[in-house]
Design a protein around this ligand. Structure first.
Ligand code: SAH
Length: 225
C-alpha cells in the first residue's frame, strides 16, 4: 500500500510515523508513506499558499492552485482509490473505515490548515472526507496521523502475531477483554485464576464473556449496530 500525505507541515509527521509499529511496517516495505509539502507547488514568488476568504471574515483559506497541481501530478503517476480530505465535517472515522481503507493500493490524505481548503478542491478532487471526532484541530496533520496509524496496523504482516489486530476493540463490534502479565500477584492484586489455569477453552470463554460484559456496560451502542 502507498499513502501520500499532502501537508503544509511535513515535520509534524516526524514523531507519529517514525516510531514503533508504523516505522517497522515502512522498513518491511508493507507500506510506503510519502510526505508532500504543498508549499513546493506554489507558483507565487513568496511561496504563498493561502489567501483571504472571498466575502470577508476571519482566517485564511488554502488556495486551489498548489493543491490542484500536486494532486494532478500524483494522479498522472498512478491511479488513486481515494483522495481523502481530513475535515471536522467529514464522516466519523472508525475501525470499519480503517479496515476498508487498508484494502486499497493508493490513497491520498489531504491535510487542511487555517480555515481549510478552497471548496472547489473538495468539489472536484476529493472523493471522501473523514473526521476523527467532533472537535476542531489546528490542522489535518494529527488527524491524518491517526488514520495512517489505524490503517497501517491492520495491514497483513504489520503486527507480528497475525491474530493480534483482530482481537483489538471494535473488530466484531466488541471491546477487548482485560489483559494481564507477570507477576500474577502484585501487592495482593491477583490475576483472574482462569488465565493461569492452562485450559484454553475456559480462557477463550472467559475472554468472550468479559468482552461482552464490557461492551454492554461501556458501549451498548456497539451491540445494536
Ligand atoms: N473551518 C473549519 C475548520 C478548519 S480546521 C470548520 O469549521 O469546519 C483546519 C484543518 O484542520 C481542516 O481543514 C482539517 O483538515 C483539519 N481538521 C480539524 N479538525 C479536524 C477533525 N476533527 N478531523 C479531521 N480533520 C480536522
Amino acid at each position: 500500500m502507498r499513502i501520500d500525505i499532502l501537508t503544509l507541515f511535513p515535520a509534524m509527521f516526524q514523531g507519529p510515523l517514525s516510531e514503533s509499529i508504523i516505522k517497522r511496517a515502512v522498513e518491511k516495505g508493507v507500506v510506503e508513506i510519502v510526505l508532500h509539502d504543498i508549499r513546493d507547488y506554489s507558483t507565487d514568488k513568496h511561496r504563498r499558499v493561502d489567501d483571504y476568504p472571498f466575502g470577508g471574515g476571519a482566517g485564511m483559506v488554502m488556495q486551489i492552485d498548489p493543491i490542484a497541481r500536486l494532486i494532478d501530478k500524483l494522479k498522472g503517476e498512478r491511479p488513486y482509490n481515494e483522495i481523502i480530505y481530513m475535515s471536522p465535517d467529514g464522516l466519523r472515522f472508525n475501525q470499519k473505515e480503517a479496515n476498508r481503507l487498508s484494502l486499497y493500493q493508493n490513497i491520498i490524505l489531504l491535510c487542511g490548515h487555517y480555515k481549510g481548503v478552497d471548496q472547489r478542491i473538495r468539489d472536484h478532487y476529493v472523493t471522501r472526507e473523514i473526521s476523527i471526532g467532533d472537535y476542531v484541530l489546528s490542522g489535518g496533520e494529527l488527524a491524518a496521523s491517526v488514520v495512517t496509524d489505524a490503517v497501517v496496523r491492520v495491514l497483513p504482516g504489520v503486527i507480528g502475531d497475525e491474530t493480534s489486530a483482530l482481537t483489538d476493540s471494535f473488530q466484531d463490534n466488541l471491546l477487548a477483554p482485560p489483559v494481564y502479565t507477570r507477576p500474577a500477584n502484585y501487592k495482593g492484586w491477583e490475576v483472574p485464576q482462569v488465565l493461569l489455569s492452562g485450559n484454553q477453552s475456559d480462557i477463550d470463554q472467559w475472554r468472550e464473556e468479559q468482552a461482552l460484559e464490557r461492551t454492554r456496560r461501556l458501549r451498548p451502542d456497539l451491540l445494536e449496530e
